[in-house]
Design a protein around this ligand. Sequence first.
Ligand code: NHR
Ligand code: GAR
Length: 217
Amino acid sequence: MKRLVILISGRGSNMTAILDAVGGGKIAGEVTGVISNRPDAAGVAIASDRGVATVSIDHRAYPDRETFEHALTAAIDVHAPDLIVLAGFMRILSAAFVDRYAGRMINIHPSLLPSYPGLDTHSRALADGVRIHGCTVHFVTDDVDHGPIIAQAAVPVRNDDDATALAARVLEAEHQLLVAAVGWFCAGRLVIDGARVRVKNESGDVVPLIVPAPDLS
Ligand code: NHR
Ligand code: GAR
């Protein structure tokens, strides 16, 4: 069983999707801890209700990123995780931090990277008038939102979409995509090959996911 630590900042719906998939035996792993940089994050209560160890490390209580990350590293390392999942985690991480966990930290990002890195992805996609939007799971590197891409899911942009409606459609895709990617990692199927990621034993489950999605189980 792979040991997973999930980092969150808010609602925790992606975290919950992982907990559900672990509970349902779809991921060969266990979530040993959930860490939030916001003590009031709704996801913290959800995780602790489910019996997962939670820690809040409020970045505002630290003088700089370095001391915050020092505390974060300590909280992560007690779990000796095989994989760290950024699931709606909103703090940029330094090169030193990222290097420590190279090849074992992934992020779910709400756009089809390399389009729309950073924040406010849905409003920016609508402002540009794109007709296809989506989400990406990638390995975390120093170059924010530019690490090797593991998987992507596309959703249509509809005429009457506002950012809220579009975000909701993307979020559904995120939950499916993140569970698939974490499942592949835990099954030892991901190989980083330069800028690309190969999924070993690629079959029908490794299609560019269009929502409504094929069954990934
Ligand atoms: N860190 C590194 N080094 N590399 C990545 O790829 C990272 C990362 C940290 C977070 C998630 C990312 C996203 O999916 C992520 C990827 C926050 C910001 C940001 O600007 C940017 C990208 C992401 C997350 N954060 C502000 C900051 O100053 C704070 C914003 C806030 O607190 O609301 O850190 O989009
Ligand atoms: C998700 O849409 C995730 O992709 C996004 O925040 C949301 C968190 O929702 N992440 C970022 O924007 C990272 N900057 P959740 O807490 O319900 O999983």
